[in-house]
Ligand binder design. Structure first.
Ligand code: HEC
Length: 242
């Protein structure tokens, strides 16, 4: 029994660890069947993000999966030529970018799976930039403190300032963000844009997620039926022995 308790508490340890320093994430409420959202997200990605970030494990042509034709992909989402079968690399040279940003902008193919919170993390991250003159690009981020990424969507979102307060240990932390200068989009429109990007990046991180979950149900059903059959078989084989 003692062993069992020890094993369980070890299993729970990571959860406790995460909970203590986790920032509050907003729910992105994404819908992986929403093809229109993914198409918009893809458009935003190539326009606002691919200048720095690659999706180097994802091919342009994979976007057919959410309803785009090869021609639409070629004409609207590929700016530097190439073939629709190409991987979505970035034109940003890694060495130079490391110098500009202090770090190379990471590949985002798997970010939605790597980050604790997934789509919610990306959604909240895109909404959490605020003015901080002490940082090289003049912005900081609540969910990614001292981030090396400039707020590339500031013109759309507007400028946010942090309202800070002291916590019980006397450390300052961000209580909330206040929009001090509106951008080109309303708050609702910007949320929608962040949600579309999170939806697209979640799809990219695991394009077969829906199929996998769908298949899982059939596998469970199969196991259930097989269990019944094997119990019946066992009874049949053993009936003369007992
Ligand atoms: C000007 C270059 C640049 C552009 C454009 C840019 N980013 Fe970034 N991004 C960075 C850099 C640099 C980092 C790494 C920050 C760090 O490690 O401090 C980063 C980090 C990130 C991260 C965290 C990844 C991780 O694994 O920690 C996400 C998510 C992200 N960017 C999303 C986006 C999205 C979505 C867009 C488009 C709306 C975008 N970025 C546009 C430079 C850029």
């Amino acid at each position: 029994m003692k062993k069992l308790i020890a094993i369980f508490s070890l299993a729970l340890l990571p959860l406790v660890g995460f909970a203590s320093d986790a920032v509050h994430l907003e729910s992105a409420n994404i819908d992986l069947t929403d093809h229109a959202a993914m198409q918009r997200g893809a458009k935003y990605f190539v326009n606002y993000c691919q200048g720095c970030h690659s999706l180097k494990y994802f091919r342009y042509e994979n976007m057919q999966k959410f309803g785009l034709t090869k021609d639409q992909i070629r004409n609207n989402l590929m700016f530097s030529g190439g073939k629709v079968g190409d991987l979505m690399t970035t034109a940003m040279p890694a060495a130079a970018s490391a110098e500009w940003f202090g770090t190379t902008p990471p590949d985002l193919t798997l970010t939605a799976r790597l980050k604790h919170g997934g789509a919610d993390w990306i959604y909240t991250y895109l909404k959490s930039f605020y003015v901080d003159e002490s940082r090289p690009f003049g912005v900081n981020n609540v969910v990614f403190p001292n981030v090396g990424m400039p707020h590339v969507l500031m013109e759309l979102q507007g400028v946010q300032e942090a309202v800070k307060e002291k916590d019980e240990h006397g450390n300052m932390h961000v209580k909330e963000l206040k929009l001090v200068k509106p951008g080109r989009l309303s708050a609702e429109e910007y949320d929608e844009m962040a949600r579309d990007l999170a939806t697209f990046l979640t799809h990219v991180a695991e394009p077969v997620k829906l199929e996998r979950q769908h298949l899982g149900i059939w596998v469970m059903l199969f196991l259930l039926v097989f269990f019944v059959i094997s119990v019946m078989l066992k009874k049949e084989y053993w009936k003369d022995v007992h």
